[in-house]
Design a protein around this ligand. Structure first.
Ligand SMILES: Cc1ncc(COP(=O)(O)O)c(C=O)c1O
Length: 400
């Protein structure tokens, strides 16, 4: 009898974490490495949020809470959905988990039966397919191309839906491309979903507030109210409030689904940390004015990275609408070789050679389901980004 479960053989470890680990090992061995793999803002958590957490500790709010969140946080989340998205939710339609990651995982665990299909646009956040597989479902991918700015079309969505489709996962602005769907682009997708009443929408709005230039964020249940009863809208405090380590994510949707998610959470982790929940109350209810200030920094970095990468012959780097990632194509470099004789056959070889030759760590596109590309996270200092992009330019100039 094998000791490890069969389910485990269906999934792989997170490739983004693997790249981060590889860069850390090289750094520990004394190599000068710049990591562009991190999926978290380099800003500190705002002071008012830290103060709320300290007050929670001093006030003895350090005990178990309700499994899926304290009433104060649920109230703040309902107010956030109303304020930012024009969506009405009651507290019993809200769940709070240990990061958006746990909420997404619980939602899939609570709903998927063997053979159920989940439609996922590629390139995708690395965890979606493996979470679907862990929950016993089957991921079905739709490839979004560089030519359509990494966004899928209505026809592609329509063609991917079968009688077995349970969920459509939507993520805008996206990790790994930064692509954000306009209201018109999203409406084209929700029109397709209206025709398929058995399909539910799992929208991951984690990068809602990281939207740049004149791009306006929108979310499916708001764009198409007909979908409200079959949409789970997931969000969190990790990215906009620089709170990745606090581990608070949340979602709103139909009461029955929220109850199913709570049941899973009650038999696994119970409540998310009480102190982090009080910090999240302050994040959502407190001042929001540092978000546009941080965004100015992100826009400046995005523009610099895109300009420096687009200056390289063989690389095409679209300028995305949001998040803190760009997803350049290296199609023009495939088939070339490094001075050491390594042929660039795909994006994994490219990323490995770049790390070994120039000490720049990026994540290869195959990890996100679309090649030949790589992902750059520009959530690091301007200085690091400039040096890293100069090294990428130097590396590419040596390819023959
Ligand atoms: C698209 C997307 N969704 C969800 C998450 C999970 O965020 P958290 O669990 O920190 O709330 C991430 C984190 O990288 C992400 O990029």
């Amino acid at each position: 009898m094998p000791f490890l479960s069969d389910t485990l053989s269906r999934v792989k470890p997170s490739p983004t974490i693997a790249v981060t680990n590889m860069a850390a090992e090289l750094k520990a061995a004394g190599k000068d490495v710049i990591g562009l793999g991190a999926g978290e803002p380099d800003f500190d958590t705002p002071e008012n949020i830290k103060a709320a957490a300290i007050a929670a500790i001093n006030g003895g709010k350090t005990k178990y809470t309700a499994v899926d969140g304290i009433p104060e946080l649920k109230k703040a989340i309902c107010a956030k959905f109303k304020r930012d998205n024009g969506l009405d939710y009651a507290p019993e339609q809200v769940t709070v988990g240990t990061g958006g990651k746990q909420v997404l995982y619980n939602a899939l665990m609570a709903t998927l039966n063997p053979g159920d299909e989940v439609v996922i646009p590629a390139p995708y956040w690395v965890s979606y397919p493996d979470m679907v597989l862990l929950a016993g479902g089957e991921p079905v991918f739709i490839e979004a191309q560089l030519e359509t700015s990494f966004k899928i079309t209505a026809d592609q969505l329509d063609a991917a839906i079968t009688p077995k489709t349970k969920w459509f996962i939507f993520n805008s602005p996206s990790n790994p491309t930064g692509a954000g769907y306009s209201r018109e682009e999203l409406k084209a997708l929700t029109d397709v979903l209206k025709k398929h009443p058995h399909v539910w929408v799992l929208t991951d709005d984690m990068y809602e507030h990281l939207a740049y230039d004149d791009f306006e964020f929108c979310t499916p249940a708001e764009v198409e109210p007909e979908l409200y009863d079959r949409t789970l809208t997931v969000n969190g405090v990790s990215k906009a409030y620089a709170m990745t380590g606090w581990r608070i994510g949340y979602a709103a949707g139909p009461k029955e689904l929220i109850g199913a998610i709570r049941k899973i959470q009650s038999q696994s982790t119970s409540n998310p940390p009480s102190i982090s929940q009080w910090a999240a109350v302050e994040a959502l209810n407190g001042p929001q004015d540092y978000i546009p200030v941080n965004n100015q920094t992100f826009v400046r970095r995005r523009d610099m990275v895109c300009e420096m990468l687009n200056a390289i012959e063989g690389i095409t780097c679209p300028v995305p609408e949001g998040a803190f990632y760009v997803y350049p194509s290296i199609a023009g470099l495939i088939g070339k070789s490094t001075p050491g004789g390594v042929e660039i056959t795909d994006d994994e070889v490219f990323a490995k050679a770049l790390l070994e030759d120039k000490g720049v760590a990026v994540v290869f596109g195959a990890a996100f389901g679309l090649s030949p590309n790589f992902r750059v996270s520009y959530a690091t200092s301007d200085e690091n980004l400039k040096e890293a992009c100069t090294r990428i330019q130097d590396f590419c100039a040596t390819l023959r």
